[in-house]
Write a protein that binds this ligand. Structure first.
Ligand code: SF4
Length: 261
């Protein structure tokens, strides 16, 4: 674990905050990331950056491959530690960073992994967006209720988002009204469903047609687990099973109360 500052006790802050891989560089996008889903920081604290993740966590792209490299994990954990320990300081640092000339006219993808896990954190991003109108920000999110409440009434004009299926709030989505993204087994399945693939550019998720198809990662174990289903379909099945289990439990509890009465 990196050494804490002798006076303040804080861990060194990550710099830069935004990064860019080859794929994102080609389309002028910078990236901010947290560790995916749930885990433990190097100082022992537990976290959950995707509180509304559903079945997606079983095939999460950000919990395998290069995301597990120590240097990548350490960077994502340092990002999260900064947000958790000092949200105002992080907001100031992010605001300062995006003021650099190279970000003018650029896009920032908020979260390669992770999600808007709290109201305060989402509001901090909204303030950053509103203060930097020469940059465009976009995000995938499963935080439907939080966005309905905090963003939808008055979104910053330069903040675009797409709701992504595979979360515990899927049933609140309406594809006739909402911009939605679904993961499909492959490109052909996207075409067959009449949706539009974002494979050519991640920006199509927010700039293309509003039914956004994402082809699944070609990871054999993931494809096997998906078993030919779309995330929306798999999550709906999971929701049905969970409801049935709950009803069975409630029924059993009711029966034992009745027999004890
Ligand atoms: S919301 Fe995204 S990052 Fe979080 S567990 Fe699901 S797929 Fe992974």
């Amino acid at each position: 674990m990196p050494a804490r500052h002798p006076d303040t006790g804080t861990l060194p802050r990550p710099r830069p905050l935004l990064t860019q891989n080859r794929e994102l560089k080609a389309i002028g996008v910078w990236n901010w990331s947290l560790p995916a889903w749930a885990g433990r920081l190097s100082d022992g604290r537990t976290f959950n950056t995707c509180p509304s993740a559903g079945i997606c966590r079983h095939v999460c792209y950000a919990r395998q491959g290069t995301y597990l490299w120590p240097v990548v994990r350490a960077k994502h954990q340092a990002n999260l530690t900064f947000v958790l320990d000092d949200l105002p300081g992080w907001e100031t640092a992010m605001s300062r960073e995006v003021e650099a000339k190279k970000f003018r006219g650029a896009w920032v993808r908020v979260h390669d992994a992770g999600d808007f896990f709290s109201d305060d954190y989402l509001n901090a991003w909204q303030r950053i967006c509103a203060a930097h109108t020469d940059i465009r920000f976009y995000a995938y999110t499963k935080e439907v209720e939080r966005f309905r409440r905090l963003v939808e009434p008055e979104p910053p004009a330069n903040f675009l988002w797409v709701y992504s299926y595979g979360g515990t709030q899927d049933s609140a989505l309406d594809p006739a009204v909402d911009r939605v993204a679904d993961v499909f087994p492959d490109e052909q399945a996207i075409i067959d469903a009449g949706w539009s693939s974002q494979e050519a550019s991640d920006l199509l998720a927010v700039l293309g047609p509003s039914l956004v198809g994402i082809p699944a990662n070609r990871i054999r174990a993931f494809l096997k687990t998906m078993a030919g289903r779309r995330f929306s379909q798999w999550q709906a099945e999971e929701d049905t099973h969970r409801r049935a289990r709950r009803e069975r439990r409630t029924g059993q509890a009711g029966a034992s109360h009745a027999s004890a009465a």
